[in-house]
Design a protein around this ligand. Structure first.
Ligand code: 5GP
Length: 192
């Protein structure tokens, strides 16, 4: 998506350790006009899928998912990060390793909001090694629901998440795929 690539090119900051910082339009300050165009594009890419719910993970996925949801006329559920989980039977839970914070989170969704009859689109801001998305898939599978697709704002193409998920047969649509970043010069290169 050209609009997003241009924005990453102008405002993205390449950090050490393969981290791309996009705080001024996506991860801290949010550009809602841009999110709106991203939402339209997700709808176009998944228009043939019978999606009735969007699942994301707090915090950065929520804004993107909420704006996109208006085009799907579907509710958004976000997996909550918890310090520790009371396994009282009312939640589906799993553990997700955070790429940016280098720690493991318990995440959970109430059983009320993931049902076997749900057809779910997963949305998130970044795809790197795929830990976040795989955790969300696990929650969906625990509920007996169906994964219809995975929509990502920015995929880092050299990390294994996208490749692994596509090999498993999931429809993964990333609006921008960064092929390479140069930590020295700050240059960002996109996959065509
Ligand atoms: P994964 O779980 O695929 O390894 O990493 C994806 C998650 O880590 C996303 O939810 C995102 O919050 C965070 N993340 C991974 N790489 C980056 C990055 O380069 N920049 C930012 N801002 N977040 C990232």
């Amino acid at each position: 998506m050209e609009l997003l690539e241009k924005r990453i090119q102008s405002d993205g900051i390449v950090k050490k350790g393969s981290v791309l910082k996009v705080d001024n339009f996506l991860n801290h300050q949010m550009d809602i006009a841009l999110f709106n165009e991203m939402g339209k594009e997700f709808k176009r890419l998944f228009k043939d899928r019978p999606i009735n719910k969007i699942l994301t993970i707090e915090a950065s996925g929520i804004g993107i998912a909420c704006v996109a949801a208006q085009y799907f006329q579907a509710p958004v559920v976000f997996a909550k990060k918890a310090q520790s989980i009371n396994i009282d039977g009312d939640v589906y839970s799993t553990r997700i390793e955070s790429f940016t914070h280098k720690r493991v989170y318990d995440v959970m969704v109430s059983k009320k909001y993931l049902r076997p009859e749900d057809h779910i689109l997963i949305l998130d801001d970044f795809l790197a090694n795929g830990c976040a998305v795989n955790g969300l898939i696990e929650l969906i599978e625990s509920a007996g629901a169906t994964v219809e697709g995975i929509g990502i704002a920015i995929e880092k193409g050299w990390q294994i998440g996208g490749k692994t998920l596509r090999e498993k047969g999931y429809q993964v649509e990333s609006l921008a795929i960064v092929e390479r970043m140069d930590e020295q010069t700050g240059e960002i290169f996109f996959r065509n």
